[in-house]
Design a protein around this ligand. Structure first.
Ligand SMILES: Cc1ncc(COP(=O)(O)O)c(C=O)c1O
Length: 398
């Protein structure tokens, strides 16, 4: 989507409001509630911004109307239409609304897809990766094969030759690839060519892809636009996507993500599951997602603009105060992946928390055994981001 950021233009008038610290502690009981009063949180993926007015208004209306019962369990409907409209406007991707199936959250959607669609065989996971997805292979009784990024590589890329060996029946024997697109914490918005390369390997090996696209609305200025995996030719039969408005609109607690199935057989297999497997999404989550997808574009444009500024600010702050840090180019998400090994601290997140009083996410949670890395959430105010970096300097003893 192209946005008008000229002074006085539509988006310049949209206010992205920073939460005060008191507001943030009340609004975000996980991110702010799980730290002591003197600690600044920059760990879990939630944003210190007030809810988008379009979403807040829709929720207030729904609560006022008493919409606190079960959701409408019929599939497709307004939520499917809303996501299809969003995908068309933002990604030029045509989605059949009937193939948009609510699930409680993205993690559950990935688990559902694995359970219902995938063979009882190893699963490929990209590392570093989102921790609950790291454990999902085991949770579903499968072996995990790790497709790692070399921490010394300049750019985080999918190693397709290794992937091919992992999918080789005479090699790793994996039958499913868990793709994260855009990638947390690699910060990558994969190009169409990269994804086509992945597709070609997967098709040759007759494997499946589950594409976690929760960060799709969060591609930052100057980066390759998001390419939905399902928008590539020849993917409908072997892939599903799991999408959500929750990361971009800060509504994770409302419990509603969407599984997108582009071919009829896949859709029917997912729809046929017993209720006990997939009946936990909430009607308020449906309301929030529908409002975000339908009326959230102006706020989202302001958000993405701000996150781009925060990324640039972080780059400057690190250059000035922690110049030995290696920050992966942040093309998408608000989660910067920082290599702090030059500072010689085994567990920098623990030391920054203890001595600097800022909570970052430890890199080893995303890549077991990896030392000296942290993930830093930049979705806050510029002032708070500067203070977090100051606390990192104190914590690292630089
Ligand atoms: C890549 C990725 N997938 C899934 C999730 C979690 O989504 P949910 O809370 O809907 O399970 C996150 C949360 O940050 C994430 O970064």
């Amino acid at each position: 989507m192209s946005a008008d950021f000229t002074p006085g233009g539509l988006y310049a008038r949209i206010v992205l409001r920073d939460l005060t610290e008191t507001e943030a502690r009340r609004a975000l009981p996980c991110k702010w509630g799980q730290v002591a009063d003197d600690v600044l949180p920059a760990w879990v993926a939630e944003m210190d911004y007030a809810l988008a007015p379009a979403v807040a208004d829709a929720l207030a209306e729904a609560v006022a109307a008493g919409m606190t019962g079960y959701p409408d369990f019929a599939l497709g409907g307004p939520l499917g239409e809303a996501y299809a409209g969003f995908a068309r406007r933002h990604f030029e991707h045509d989605v059949d609304p009937a193939g948009v199936i609510p699930v409680v959250d993205v993690t559950a959607g990935v688990r559902l897809a694995l359970d219902v669609l995938s063979e009882e065989a190893p699963v490929v996971m990209t590392l570093p990766g989102y921790p609950p997805l790291i454990s999902i292979a085991e949770v579903t009784g499968r072996k995990r094969l790790d497709l790692e990024v070399d921490p010394d590589a300049g750019r985080a890329e999918l190693d397709l030759d290794r992937l091919d060996r992992m999918l080789d029946p005479a090699g790793g024997g994996a039958r499913t690839v868990l793709l994260t697109n855009p990638h947390n914490p690699w910060g990558r918005s994969f190009t169409r060519a990269e994804l086509e390369g992945l597709r070609d390997v997967v098709v040759r090996r007759g494997a499946r892809v589950i594409s976690d696209e929760i960060h799709a609305p969060l591609v930052l200025p100057g980066s390759p636009r998001h390419t939905p995996y399902l928008s590539l030719e020849g993917t409908a039969e072997h892939a599903v996507a799991v999408v959500a408005a929750s990361k971009a609109f800060n509504t994770a607690g409302l419990r509603c993500a969407q599984l997108v199935a582009a071919d009829r057989i896949t859709r029917d297999r997912i729809r046929a599951v017993p209720a006990a497997r997939n009946d936990s999404w909430s009607p308020l989550g449906v309301v929030a997602a529908t409002a975000a997808y339908t009326d959230g574009d102006p706020w989202l444009a302001a958000l993405v603009q701000r996150l781009g500024e925060q990324r640039d600010l972080l780059t400057q702050l690190l250059d000035a105060h922690l110049p030995a840090t290696r920050m992966r180019p942040l093309e998408a998400t608000y989660l910067a992946w920082l290599d702090l090994r030059a500072y010689g601290v085994h567990d920098p997140a623990a030391q920054i928390l203890e001595r600097g009083r800022a909570r970052l996410a430890p890199g080893h949670d995303y890549h077991p055994g990896l030392e000296g890395h942290v993930r830093l959430n930049i979705a806050t105010s510029p002032e708070r981001l500067a203070e977090i970096v100051r606390r990192m300097v104190v914590g690292l003893g630089v």
